[in-house]
Ligand binder design. Structure first.
Ligand SMILES: Cc1cc2nc3c(=O)[nH]c(=O)nc-3n(C[C@H](O)[C@H](O)[C@H](O)COP(=O)(O)O)c2cc1C
Length: 365
């Protein structure tokens, strides 16, 4: 199977990439006190040198005291952290790559006692981490507005230090997804209730980012049906519901949707082979990124317990890409394991591809 399309340039209205391979955002708690070090720059530079077209960084937190759950997760605010990130950008660019930070607020996934500012309660639309698990009071409107502003400021800072765009982390049951999901958003004001109201927090973030950056600054939104709280949860059960969810986000200014699945080959709705990225592209007309077990045969949940995974051929992925189902392909663990994954695929060095070792998580170099 030819990988010509995978290694063809990507060109949209405001972003050009040398190929279709994207490094998926992967948290690594290697930034003491939230400040990315020279090691972080080296880690991303190696993936750029290895032929990855676009790097999306690990989740990096916006300026809200309760945005993070660990002091070693990098932050995206403050002079020292931004200087660290500037070094990352410069090294990736010098290696011929492109890079965007994944802007993150963990919401109710934060365990206060283990996080910075343990005296402060965690934040969520209804103070719920999952249905029935009340951990705090609902966020005040003033706090909601402050977090929207924090996302906008982070995006403005990303632009100022030369990032090629930003990704908003709207997936996996963290703060923005806690607004999207009925299970964690039980508000009765304008921020909860209907699908439109549950989407408003993200819509306002997207608009504020657009206003704080430039009309052509790339905005990627990552979202998922599944939640860490409930793998079977879904935001949309039908294409019509998915359309109602996506169109306000698209109209607010999302340039590219990053559609998180555990396995890219799984179809989203009965009666069609399209996956989540396929449906999202069809419904919005915007470019999309697919993700989930590319090059591997076990999904990533086991990775957090140190589980290994064997390799898997990518022929079916290339067929879908060739057919135009989606535009870009994000690769997580395979790139964690092997910075040269892209080059090896390009050169068809399939015997050189490595199994994913659960131990990779401990070093993440
Ligand atoms: C160690 C690790 C950390 C992750 N951290 C993040 C994160 O910060 N943000 C995010 O959106 N997804 C995160 N993910 C999910 C990945 O971006 C990706 O969607 C998932 O690993 C599936 O891709 P893969 O099967 O190619 O690994 C993480 C995954 C792993 C394995």
């Amino acid at each position: 199977m030819s990988s010509t399309t995978l290694f063809s340039p990507f060109q949209s209205t405001n972003l050009s990439l040398s190929n279709r391979i994207v490094m998926a955002p992967m948290t690594r708690q290697f930034s003491p006190n939230g400040i990315p070090t020279a090691d972080v720059a080296g880690y991303y530079k190696r993936r750029a040198e290895g032929g990855t077209g676009l790097i999306i960084t690990e989740g990096t937190t916006v300026n809200d005291k309760v945005a993070t759950m660990d002091a070693n997760i990098p932050q995206f605010h403050g002079e020292a952290a931004l200087a660290g990130w500037k070094k990352v950008v410069d090294e990736v660019h010098a290696a011929g790559g492109k890079i965007m930070p994944q802007l993150w607020h963990v919401g109710m996934a934060r365990v206060a006692e283990k996080a910075p500012f343990p005296e402060l309660p965690s934040a969520g639309p209804s103070g719920l981490f999952k249905p029935g698990k009340q951990g705090a009071e609902p966020m005040t409107v003033a706090h909601i507005e402050a977090v929207i502003e924090a996302f906008a400021q982070a995006a403005a800072d990303a632009k100022a230090i030369g990032m090629d765009g930003i990704e908003i982390h709207g997936a996996h049951g963290y703060l923005i997804d806690q607004f999207f999901w009925e299970g964690t958003n039980q508000r009765t004001d304008g921020w909860g209730g209907s699908m439109e109201n549950r989407g408003r927090f993200a819509v306002e973030i997207i608009k504020a980012i657009r206003a704080a950056t430039a009309p052509d600054f790339p905005i990627v939104l990552r979202y998922s049906q599944w939640k860490q709280q409930d793998y079977t949860a879904r935001l949309a059960h039908t294409p019509a519901e998915l359309e109602a969810f996506l169109l306000p986000l698209s109209n607010a200014g999302v340039d590219i949707f990053h559609c998180s699945q555990r396995r890219y080959w799984e179809s989203e709705f009965e009666g069609s082979a399209l996956n989540l990225a396929g449906w999202t592209k069809k419904l919005t007309g915007k470019p999309t990124i697919t993700v989930g077990s590319v090059g591997l045969n076990d999904d990533f949940f086991g990775a957090f317990k140190g589980q290994d995974s064997g390799t898997r051929a990518v022929d079916d992925l290339l067929e879908r890409l060739d057919a135009g189902e989606f535009d870009l392909v994000a690769v997580g663990r395979a790139l964690l394991q092997d910075p040269n994954w892209a080059i090896k695929i390009k050169e068809n060095r399939l015997d050189d591809l490595q199994q994913y070792s659960g131990k990779a998580l401990a070093t993440l170099s």
